[in-house]
Design a protein around this ligand. Sequence first.
Ligand code: ADP
Length: 510
Amino acid sequence: MKSKSTAKAASKRITSHPSTASTNGNSPKPKKMLIGGRWVSAASGKTFPTYNPATGEIICQIPEGDRPDIDAAVRSARNAFENGPWRRMSPSDRGKTLWRLADLLEKHTEEFARLESLDNGKPLAVARGADLPLAVDLFRYMAGWCTKMLGNTIPISVPYAPGERFHAYTVREPIGVVGQIIPWNFPLLMAAWKLGPALATSCTVVLKPAEQTPLTALRLGELIQEAGIPDGVVNIITGFGETAGAALAAHPDVDKIAFTGSTEVGKIIVRAAAIDLKKVSLELGGKSPNIILADADIDSAIAGAANAIFFNHGQCCCAGSRLYIQNKHFDKVVDGIASAARKIKVGPGDRPDTEMGPLVSEEQLHRVLGYMRAGDKEGAKTVVGGGRLGDSGYFVKPTVLTNTKPGMKVMDEEIFGPVVCAIPFNQVEDILPIESDNVYGLAAAVWTRDISKAHRIASELRAGTVWVNCYNIFDSALPFGGYKQSGWGREMGAEVLDLYTQTKAVCVRL
Ligand code: ADP
């Protein structure tokens, strides 16, 4: 993820007093947030705008939650955890409830896709074809786990108690009240990645969506109620990171924080959580190597490399932003990806032929343009793209850079935009030391027809995901998360359950 400054957004905050009740669908009325089953304004009455990134216009006002709202939401989550029916519900009923939520979300796919495209800027077809089905599938996958939270029976020996017999077993119990702080690049999907496992394991939640993209999380809150998830189990507080987010991360009655966002903010969260040793899981930034060997199917590697960097406008923590190409095919691949970049139809997300929408915010626009200028200044060659597209909305040109090397900002730092550095190499052994210096380790990819090379390189790369002859393949059953400064813990798959449960050992003398 990108850097954390919200100065721009903060400077545009507008204070108003929403007086009308509203649904959280696509209506211009001020939204409300969810605490203990009730839709409420911020205690302060303040609101802030969320923008349409294709035009820079305000969509609607959002409650500006802060510490008092977080306090109320945590109280409600605590009460629901300790005293409510959620934890006591049979695993099968809990699973059915989650499945119902998935069904409701699927039924409202079109509405959610439109809302996501409006608020985030992504093409409607992408929201419809990727974000929504992945979110629906995640809730279904997690619904299945409700009935499979197994412990072990353990034959113990107890060397200092000869002749005695014991029956020992473990149970997995929910961690409790979880604070979840999510980013703006896949707003609904990140909410699903967080809520799915928390709910499957009977935790209760305070969710804080990103200030840039709160709309789908709020609408999801309504479906959560409709699905029959009891009041207080999921509370949703909208607001800024430095206020609402920080209050959640530091709250003494929160048992765990799950965060997806920038590495910079991840470190702030760890410091806040350290005060009372909350559990923390983090999914952070990346600068992922995408390695094309000379023996690869070059056409499919070119298409894959374009997808790796341009999907979601490069606003992916796992974007393939370091494109290593073995010398023999360097020119061919650079020409191929440059030509793909030229053909991408950049436009508002709601146009049927749009393939790439605007960046999410004015702040992000300036950040990405800043990297393009830094590349120029440090001697990178812009093969295609570079700069802003048009003068309204937050559009940039898909960009391919060459002449980049470690030490340059564009090569070392996460840009979080559609900008790729293409780097020639002679042999893989030349890349590995550069990659072992990469502070990130979220994802990597290798393109080759040599299966043994593929596995060897996969084992050398220190990354949480390695794709071979593909990129951006995600599945609810496949764990995702970072090595090194890309994070702590794995989301999705069976492994995510470890993030939301703790093990109790029970020992019975027979
Ligand atoms: P980005 O720069 O892409 O917005 P961030 O890491 O800043 O990425 O934001 C991801 C999420 O973290 C958002 O929900 C944001 O509000 C929240 N956030 C930002 N700063 C803080 C903070 N100091 N404490 C807690 N949450 C924060």
